[in-house]
Design a protein around this ligand. Sequence first.
Ligand SMILES: Cc1cc2nc3c(=O)[nH]c(=O)nc-3n(C[C@H](O)[C@H](O)[C@H](O)COP(=O)(O)OP(=O)(O)OC[C@H]3O[C@@H](n4cnc5c(N)ncnc54)[C@H](O)[C@@H]3O)c2cc1C
Length: 408
Amino acid sequence: MVESVKKSGPGPGQEARPARTDRALDPLDLFDVRSELSEDEALVQDTVARFVDDQVLPVIRECFEQHRFPQELIPEIAALGLFGSSIEGYGCAGLNSVAYGLICQELERGDSGLRSFVSVQSSLVMYPIHEFGSDAQKDRWLPAMARGEAIGCFGLTEAHGGSDPASMKTHARRQGGDWVLNGSKMWITNGTIADVAVVWARTDEGIRGFLVERGMPGFSAPEIENKMSLRASVTSALFFDNVRLPESSVLPGVSSLRGPLSCLSQARYGISWGPIGSAQACLQEMLAYTETRVLFGSPLSHKQLIQVRLADMARRITAAQLLSLRLGRLKDAGRLHPTQVSLAKWNNVRMALDIARDCRDMLGGSGISAEYVPVRHMLNLESVITYEGTESVHQLVVGKELTGVSAF
Ligand SMILES: Cc1cc2nc3c(=O)[nH]c(=O)nc-3n(C[C@H](O)[C@H](O)[C@H](O)COP(=O)(O)OP(=O)(O)OC[C@H]3O[C@@H](n4cnc5c(N)ncnc54)[C@H](O)[C@@H]3O)c2cc1C
């Protein structure tokens, strides 16, 4: 897997960038963050960028419009080694955290839905199985998930309040040598297409994680219809009606909220990188558009107000890039603090959402058409700012760090 990433050689990566050649700086990377990357990290970025340019961008708009997840891309994502890319062994690529961040950034340049799919598989399913699972669970699921032959989902949120997972009602009770699971989960990415669900439930022994397999009697996972966001991603409800589970389906390594929360930290880390890609896609399109859109006798790009708006986008993207790179280096050095992840997720998703909305406006009426990327990214980012901790939740995490007081 690593080899497939490494041997594919430097790809175009930047090929969809604006055609102008007189620029001293890359408008999508004004501080040349790219030069801070190792050769391997740059290669990973180029390889994923090429995949997105060649295979994602040609289909994603139609998928979004049709409310369809492009399942046909799964084999190629697996072949590139993008599932569980941070895990060593089990057929996984064993890449560092910066490389994982770059994978998220490039995928989200295509679409947040595709990045969500990979985030869930990698950070919310493979990570807990690797971290808290038995040897048998790891052997059974991790290689198959790395190959894209098994898909996973992560069930934590419940309909009565996702921001407060400690209030979960889904529960499992021991019965004979088995467990019996009852309850429901809401807003679960990949739910309907998942072969295995990591489900967090209250038990007499604390909060435990269960591996619930598709087709088990009493388990259903209907897709949530009519979403106006992440339309190229599957989102589902999960229902458990006396689902009987053997002891071997419990993740043995954790029995508290630390289990799901540590998964969220992994996923939020990747999510902090992803929206940089959405914002770059929007700015890139605006640079091209404002060069050719002539109003009041000159191109929009010649207007001071437009330049201020474009410059402000570049400023915010640059800050987010530097923040994420620093976050990745801290993570790889084993010095990451969850509050830093909260600050980065809050900053970078807000940055991208504001940029996508502003680009939508700068396109005028055309901005509401999916022919241009901003409105799709804007609608997607409305989910990204809500899931994995809403913006308010991350603000409260940072507030608690500053004051020592929990204001939840
Ligand atoms: C497309 C999509 C995919 C998702 N995928 C998954 C998944 O794969 N697995 C999973 O488990 N979950 C998933 N989620 C759920 C997501 O994590 C939750 O939606 C999120 O945590 C918010 O929970 P909620 O929707 O219940 O909102 P609530 O928790 O009810 O929040 C409502 C509002 O109250 C605010 N709020 C909450 N607490 C406070 C407070 N203390 N003070 C002030 N304001 C507060 C929030 O910021 C928000 O504005 C997904 C959601 C979406 C939209």
